[in-house]
Design a binder for this molecule. Structure first.
Ligand code: ZN
Length: 94
């Protein structure tokens, strides 16, 4: 199941403050940061004896947010946009 999104789109650019042509790119999952508060808490719990500890369970959310990066063809600035928040469908550039 895919949701189609055009590779190029004419939309508002916050830098140019007008509608311009944009290149569209998909955003994948970034790398986890070592210094994030959750990572540091988990590392501290793992210190000493007591074995491995599982992370705190978070309520399961249905679907994921599909993000895209839009690059302005004129000023080359990028901005992100969420397409279809919390959907199980994957994005596909057409
Ligand atoms: Zn621009």
């Amino acid at each position: 199941m895919f949701m189609k999104y055009p590779k190029e789109s004419r939309t508002y650019c916050p830098t140019c403050k007008t509608h311009t042509d944009h290149k569209v790119r998909l955003v994948g999952k970034g790398t986890a940061s070592n210094m994030a508060i959750g990572t540091r808490k988990h590392e501290r719990k793992l210190m000493g004896h007591g074995g491995k500890r599982a992370g705190k369970q978070t309520p399961k959310k249905q679907g994921k947010r599909q993000k895209i990066v839009m690059e302005c063809n004129i000023c080359k600035k990028k901005h992100e946009r969420v397409i279809g928040a919390r959907t199980k469908k994957k994005l596909e550039l057409a």
